[in-house]
Design a protein around this ligand. Structure first.
Ligand SMILES: Cc1cc2nc3c(=O)[nH]c(=O)nc-3n(C[C@H](O)[C@H](O)[C@H](O)COP(=O)(O)O)c2cc1C
Ligand code: SF4
Length: 525
């Protein structure tokens, strides 16, 4: 908890952006109005969300004994809440849930990356420092570039944007590349269905991302960075721009980063709303002001990236994990996880699930634990039928695969991917043929059009799927679909076309009855 800025004033916090859609702005206005009516002096801070979305709009009052939380607060309730002691942090109201830290959903998490999210004022650089901010940067400046790269390698950190590529290898490739200038680009396009971790972090703890990017710049020899944020995230754009301005004012960004010999400049670029612009080379094209179309690789962006210069591209969560690694040591991060999946993963629970939100935990938790136990099953009360993990290109898992641990290799072994950590739960009303059609249609709509298997294959796939749904020459069309999927998998230039077959084939394999086929007995049934 943060001590009161003014001991004679009451500190109140309401969640910021993640809660706006459910009325956080109106609640904040009502709290301010009620305090004024009663002549109570308050400091109202709009912090980020703690990621327990079922509690939003969530109000926290700072008391000498810690924060006291009030859940699902409506503007019309504020007067009654004030009567019941809201401004004193008292509990005489059903909305009061006590100390947020005692909530099982939060207690069970291991928050390394999201440690401050929902706690601090995202607009205050002092609040960030008071909660351990910039310790990673201090360590990086002490260690120097080569040792920073070694620390990232030793931590086992892998890219959280989708592919799980080892961050240390990418960083050392950019560090070794020669070029008069280099860039660090943060991929904050976050297009995957059911994902919101990048947004939550940028809105709730933007200085953490700035710190991670400065450390990356020092490590690879880049003096300029860009954060590419999707246009659908206006609050994140605002939070990042405000934090960047604050970091310049404090001398953390600019010609002499934190008083050191290193320079690092940073700016935000806003995308124009295409899923494919999350693909790293299309993203670079977009920053360069061109149409977002995928570039053929090689050359890798690490060698020839933004404006032809060596470029380090990482996801928000990858870069945001870096300050912890530098501040606490690579081993402290590597101590969490399983196999080659080290550290923690901010998992996002969405769809028909009771406890939707952000759950950061060490790799190794099983899909079943996440959905049934932590997530509490479906919100609708209907049985869970399928779970899609890893965004629109991820596989659908049936219940008999719920023992799969959250681990890159374990998911790959079962035809799936972790991707950006999105878990979308479907109940027994789902029609998986229609979901397979949706995957192909999504690919057709979002295809950048550069290669034939994706551009044409996805559209033909939708047509084939429609014929299967209508029962037209079902066997022949299913064979055609499998053939088409194989072609897209092997012949596409990027993962949009190359991975669309994964949801489609997983649905066909695990839910054949939805395609008019006989169901084979499953091993665990
Ligand atoms: C179609 C498509 C969309 C993608 N969207 C994103 C995205 O929104 N965010 C992201 O970080 N990576 C996305 N990626 C992965 C990036 O190309 C790239 O691998 C990633 O930014 C690298 O960062 P990382 O190593 O930290 O994961 C996408 C890839 C594809 C093929
Ligand atoms: S797979 Fe699709 S999105 Fe990727 S390069 Fe080919 S056409 Fe573009």
């Amino acid at each position: 908890m943060i001590g009161l800025a003014h001991p004679n004033r009451i500190g109140l916090r309401t969640s910021l952006m993640a809660a706006v859609a459910v009325g956080a702005d109106e609640v904040a206005a009502a709290v301010i109005g009620e305090a004024a009516r009663r002549g109570v002096a308050i400091d109202l801070v709009r912090n980020g969300s703690r990621g327990v979305f079922e509690l939003e709009p969530f109000v926290e009052v700072e008391t000498a004994a810690g924060r006291i939380g009030y859940a699902r607060v409506a503007p019309g309730q504020i007067a009654a809440l004030a009567d019941a002691g809201l401004f004193e942090g008292q509990a005489a109201h059903p909305a009061c849930i006590g100390r947020p830290e005692d909530l099982a959903f939060l207690k069970r998490q291991t928050r390394l990356t999201f440690a401050r999210c929902g706690l601090i004022d995202p607009a205050s650089i002092n609040d960030y420092r008071a909660h351990g901010g910039w310790r990673g940067l201090d360590a990086a400046l002490r260690l120097g570039p080569a040792a920073v790269v070694e620390a990232i390698k030793a931590s086992g950190l892998r890219g959280r944007g989708g592919a799980g590529f080892p961050a240390g290898i990418k960083w050392s490739t950019v560090a070794a590349a020669s070029g008069a200038r280099k860039f660090v680009v943060c991929n904050a396009d976050e297009g995957d269905s059911g994902t919101f971790a990048d947004r939550m972090l940028m809105e709730g703890d933007p200085f953490l991302l700035i710190e991670g990017m400065i450390i990356a710049g020092i490590a690879v020899g880049a003096e300029k960075g860009y954060v590419f944020i999707r246009s659908e995230y206006p609050f994140a754009v605002r939070a990042m721009e405000r934090a960047i301005a604050g970091a310049y004012a404090a001398g953390v960004l600019g010609s002499s980063t934190a008083g050191s010999r290193f320079r690092f400049d940073l700016e935000v670029r806003v995308g124009a709303g295409a899923y494919v612009c999350g693909e790293e080379t299309a993203l670079l094209e977009s920053i360069e002001g061109k149409r977002g179309q995928v570039r053929a690789k090689p050359p890798l962006p690490a060698h020839v990236g933004l404006f032809g210069a060596p470029t380090l591209i990482n996801n928000v969560l990858t870069l945001a994990a870096v300050p912890f690694i530098l501040a606490e040591g690579a081993q402290a991060y590597a101590d969490f996880g399983m196999g080659r999946s080290r550290g923690t993963m901010p998992i996002q629970l969405a769809g028909d699930i009771q406890n939707g939100g952000l759950f950061e935990t060490a790799f190794g938790v099983t899909l079943g634990e996440l959905v049934d136990d932590i997530g509490g099953g479906t919100l609708s009360g209907r049985p869970v039928r399928a779970v899609q993990v890893g965004g629109p290109l991820g596989a659908y898992f049936p219940r008999n695969l719920f023992d799969t641990p959250f681990d890159y290799e374990a998911f790959a072994a079962r035809g799936g991917l972790i991707g950006h950590g999105g878990v979308v739960v479907f109940n027994d009303a789902v029609d998986l043929l229609q979901q397979a059609r949706f995957a192909l249609e999504f690919c057709a709509v979002e295809s950048c059009g550069k290669c034939t298997p994706c551009r044409l294959g996805s559209t033909r796939g939708v047509e084939v799927m429609d014929r299967i749904a209508q029962g037209v020459r079902r066997e022949a069309n299913l064979a055609l679909l499998e053939d088409l999927c194989e072609t897209m998998k092997l012949g596409s230039l990027c993962a949009l076309g190359g991975f669309t077959p994964y949801p489609v084939m997983s649905e066909l394999t695990h839910f054949p009855e939805d395609f008019g086929l006989a169901r084979q007995p499953q091993p665990a049934e």
